[in-house]
Design a protein. Structure first.
Length: 212
Protein backbone atom coordinates (compact mmCIF):
# COMPACT_ATOMS: atom_id res chain seq x y z
CA UNK A 1 0.00 0.00 0.00
CA UNK A 2 2.82 2.41 0.93
CA UNK A 3 4.65 1.68 -2.34
CA UNK A 4 1.47 2.34 -4.34
CA UNK A 5 0.95 5.62 -2.47
CA UNK A 6 4.49 6.78 -3.21
CA UNK A 7 4.22 5.92 -6.92
CA UNK A 8 0.89 7.71 -7.31
CA UNK A 9 2.15 10.74 -5.41
CA UNK A 10 5.18 11.01 -7.68
CA UNK A 11 2.93 10.86 -10.73
CA UNK A 12 0.63 13.53 -9.34
CA UNK A 13 3.50 15.84 -8.40
CA UNK A 14 5.08 15.37 -11.83
CA UNK A 15 1.80 16.29 -13.48
CA UNK A 16 1.42 19.40 -11.33
CA UNK A 17 4.97 20.61 -11.97
CA UNK A 18 4.90 19.83 -15.68
CA UNK A 19 1.67 21.71 -16.27
CA UNK A 20 3.08 24.78 -14.52
CA UNK A 21 5.89 25.16 -17.06
CA UNK A 22 4.58 27.95 -19.28
CA UNK A 23 5.48 29.56 -22.59
CA UNK A 24 7.44 32.30 -20.85
CA UNK A 25 6.29 35.83 -21.61
CA UNK A 26 3.79 34.90 -24.32
CA UNK A 27 0.85 36.13 -22.23
CA UNK A 28 2.30 39.59 -21.62
CA UNK A 29 0.98 41.25 -24.82
CA UNK A 30 -2.51 40.23 -23.67
CA UNK A 31 -2.10 41.31 -20.02
CA UNK A 32 -2.59 37.66 -19.09
CA UNK A 33 -0.72 34.74 -17.61
CA UNK A 34 1.26 32.54 -19.97
CA UNK A 35 -0.22 29.43 -21.62
CA UNK A 36 0.82 26.25 -19.83
CA UNK A 37 2.79 23.49 -21.52
CA UNK A 38 3.64 19.87 -20.73
CA UNK A 39 7.25 18.87 -20.16
CA UNK A 40 6.29 15.28 -21.04
CA UNK A 41 3.25 13.53 -22.51
CA UNK A 42 4.31 9.93 -21.88
CA UNK A 43 2.94 9.26 -18.37
CA UNK A 44 0.04 6.83 -17.99
CA UNK A 45 -3.50 8.16 -18.15
CA UNK A 46 -4.74 8.75 -14.61
CA UNK A 47 -7.35 11.49 -14.15
CA UNK A 48 -4.53 13.80 -13.03
CA UNK A 49 -2.73 13.33 -16.33
CA UNK A 50 -5.93 13.75 -18.35
CA UNK A 51 -6.43 17.09 -16.61
CA UNK A 52 -2.83 18.05 -17.37
CA UNK A 53 -2.91 17.03 -21.04
CA UNK A 54 -6.22 18.81 -21.61
CA UNK A 55 -4.74 22.06 -20.32
CA UNK A 56 -1.65 21.75 -22.50
CA UNK A 57 -3.73 20.95 -25.59
CA UNK A 58 -6.10 23.87 -24.93
CA UNK A 59 -3.77 26.74 -24.03
CA UNK A 60 -1.75 28.46 -26.73
CA UNK A 61 -1.08 31.62 -28.70
CA UNK A 62 -2.08 31.40 -32.35
CA UNK A 63 -1.15 33.70 -35.21
CA UNK A 64 -2.96 34.13 -38.50
CA UNK A 65 -3.23 36.74 -41.24
CA UNK A 66 -7.00 36.93 -40.84
CA UNK A 67 -7.27 37.40 -37.06
CA UNK A 68 -3.75 38.22 -35.92
CA UNK A 69 -2.53 36.96 -32.55
CA UNK A 70 -5.03 35.26 -30.23
CA UNK A 71 -4.46 33.82 -26.77
CA UNK A 72 -6.45 30.78 -25.62
CA UNK A 73 -6.60 29.80 -21.94
CA UNK A 74 -8.80 27.48 -19.84
CA UNK A 75 -9.90 27.69 -16.19
CA UNK A 76 -12.29 25.98 -13.75
CA UNK A 77 -11.51 22.55 -15.21
CA UNK A 78 -12.97 19.23 -14.12
CA UNK A 79 -12.21 15.99 -15.95
CA UNK A 80 -13.57 12.45 -15.51
CA UNK A 81 -12.03 9.57 -17.45
CA UNK A 82 -14.13 6.65 -18.66
CA UNK A 83 -13.32 3.04 -19.47
CA UNK A 84 -10.95 2.59 -22.39
CA UNK A 85 -12.25 1.28 -25.72
CA UNK A 86 -10.80 0.38 -29.14
CA UNK A 87 -10.21 3.10 -31.73
CA UNK A 88 -13.34 3.89 -33.75
CA UNK A 89 -12.71 5.17 -37.27
CA UNK A 90 -16.06 6.97 -37.46
CA UNK A 91 -15.89 8.86 -34.15
CA UNK A 92 -12.14 9.24 -33.61
CA UNK A 93 -10.95 10.40 -37.05
CA UNK A 94 -11.66 14.11 -36.55
CA UNK A 95 -9.41 17.12 -37.07
CA UNK A 96 -7.70 17.39 -33.69
CA UNK A 97 -6.99 13.65 -33.44
CA UNK A 98 -5.73 13.19 -36.99
CA UNK A 99 -3.67 16.39 -36.81
CA UNK A 100 -1.82 15.03 -33.79
CA UNK A 101 -1.41 11.56 -35.28
CA UNK A 102 -3.75 9.36 -33.24
CA UNK A 103 -2.57 5.73 -33.17
CA UNK A 104 -5.46 3.42 -34.23
CA UNK A 105 -3.80 0.46 -32.49
CA UNK A 106 -3.99 2.11 -29.05
CA UNK A 107 -6.86 2.31 -26.56
CA UNK A 108 -8.96 5.49 -26.65
CA UNK A 109 -10.39 6.89 -23.39
CA UNK A 110 -13.63 8.90 -23.30
CA UNK A 111 -13.58 11.94 -21.02
CA UNK A 112 -16.20 14.36 -19.79
CA UNK A 113 -16.12 17.46 -17.62
CA UNK A 114 -16.49 21.20 -17.55
CA UNK A 115 -14.30 24.25 -18.05
CA UNK A 116 -14.22 27.89 -19.12
CA UNK A 117 -12.47 28.73 -22.38
CA UNK A 118 -10.93 32.19 -22.82
CA UNK A 119 -10.02 33.94 -26.07
CA UNK A 120 -8.04 37.18 -25.78
CA UNK A 121 -6.67 39.76 -28.23
CA UNK A 122 -3.50 41.81 -27.61
CA UNK A 123 -3.86 44.99 -25.59
CA UNK A 124 -4.23 48.04 -27.83
CA UNK A 125 -5.56 46.09 -30.80
CA UNK A 126 -9.18 46.07 -31.99
CA UNK A 127 -11.30 44.98 -28.98
CA UNK A 128 -8.08 45.15 -26.98
CA UNK A 129 -9.09 47.65 -24.31
CA UNK A 130 -7.41 46.88 -20.99
CA UNK A 131 -9.70 44.81 -18.80
CA UNK A 132 -12.00 44.06 -21.72
CA UNK A 133 -9.81 42.23 -24.22
CA UNK A 134 -11.15 38.70 -23.67
CA UNK A 135 -14.30 36.71 -24.31
CA UNK A 136 -15.15 33.60 -22.31
CA UNK A 137 -17.14 30.51 -23.16
CA UNK A 138 -18.64 28.32 -20.45
CA UNK A 139 -18.51 24.60 -21.26
CA UNK A 140 -20.53 22.87 -18.49
CA UNK A 141 -21.13 19.53 -20.24
CA UNK A 142 -18.03 18.91 -22.32
CA UNK A 143 -17.22 15.51 -23.81
CA UNK A 144 -14.21 14.22 -25.69
CA UNK A 145 -11.37 11.71 -25.73
CA UNK A 146 -7.79 11.11 -24.65
CA UNK A 147 -5.61 9.19 -27.10
CA UNK A 148 -2.04 8.13 -27.74
CA UNK A 149 -0.17 9.16 -30.87
CA UNK A 150 2.12 7.07 -33.02
CA UNK A 151 5.01 8.71 -31.13
CA UNK A 152 3.68 7.48 -27.78
CA UNK A 153 2.43 10.89 -26.59
CA UNK A 154 -0.95 11.52 -24.94
CA UNK A 155 -3.42 14.21 -26.03
CA UNK A 156 -6.84 15.12 -24.58
CA UNK A 157 -9.64 17.25 -25.97
CA UNK A 158 -13.27 17.88 -25.04
CA UNK A 159 -16.01 20.29 -26.14
CA UNK A 160 -19.57 21.16 -25.14
CA UNK A 161 -21.29 21.62 -28.50
CA UNK A 162 -24.57 22.64 -26.80
CA UNK A 163 -22.94 25.73 -25.27
CA UNK A 164 -20.79 27.17 -28.02
CA UNK A 165 -21.68 30.88 -28.14
CA UNK A 166 -19.34 33.16 -26.13
CA UNK A 167 -21.69 36.16 -26.40
CA UNK A 168 -20.70 39.81 -26.76
CA UNK A 169 -19.51 40.61 -23.21
CA UNK A 170 -15.82 41.38 -22.70
CA UNK A 171 -13.71 40.44 -19.68
CA UNK A 172 -10.20 40.86 -18.25
CA UNK A 173 -7.91 37.87 -18.91
CA UNK A 174 -6.98 35.19 -16.37
CA UNK A 175 -3.85 36.22 -14.46
CA UNK A 176 -1.88 35.06 -11.46
CA UNK A 177 0.92 32.66 -10.49
CA UNK A 178 0.67 29.08 -11.71
CA UNK A 179 3.44 27.32 -9.75
CA UNK A 180 1.89 28.14 -6.36
CA UNK A 181 -1.43 26.82 -7.58
CA UNK A 182 0.20 23.63 -8.89
CA UNK A 183 1.91 23.11 -5.54
CA UNK A 184 -1.39 23.48 -3.66
CA UNK A 185 -2.98 21.04 -6.09
CA UNK A 186 -0.21 18.48 -5.51
CA UNK A 187 -0.54 18.77 -1.74
CA UNK A 188 -4.29 18.29 -1.95
CA UNK A 189 -3.90 15.27 -4.24
CA UNK A 190 -1.77 13.67 -1.54
CA UNK A 191 -4.85 13.57 0.68
CA UNK A 192 -6.90 11.46 -1.71
CA UNK A 193 -4.24 9.20 -3.18
CA UNK A 194 -4.96 6.30 -0.85
CA UNK A 195 -8.57 6.02 -2.03
CA UNK A 196 -9.86 3.29 -4.35
CA UNK A 197 -8.98 5.24 -7.50
CA UNK A 198 -7.98 8.66 -8.77
CA UNK A 199 -10.99 10.24 -10.42
CA UNK A 200 -12.01 13.67 -11.62
CA UNK A 201 -14.43 13.88 -8.68
CA UNK A 202 -11.79 13.38 -6.00
CA UNK A 203 -9.50 15.90 -7.74
CA UNK A 204 -12.23 18.54 -8.05
CA UNK A 205 -11.77 20.11 -4.60
CA UNK A 206 -8.04 20.46 -5.26
CA UNK A 207 -8.35 21.85 -8.76
CA UNK A 208 -11.20 24.33 -8.54
CA UNK A 209 -9.79 26.70 -5.87
CA UNK A 210 -6.78 27.24 -8.13
CA UNK A 211 -8.96 28.16 -11.12
CA UNK A 212 -6.75 25.94 -13.26
Amino acid sequence: MLQRLVVLLVLALAAAVAVADAQQGSGEPFGARDPRTCASREAGLFAAQAHQYFICDSEQVTQSIASGALLYLVTDITVDTGKGRPFNMQSDSFGFATHHGIDPSQTVYPIRGSFTRWQCVPLGHINGEAGKNCSKLLQPQAKGICFKTTFGEWHCTMTDFDHNNPGMDRYPPPTGPQRACAARWARAVNVVLDGPAITGHCLQPAVRPCSL
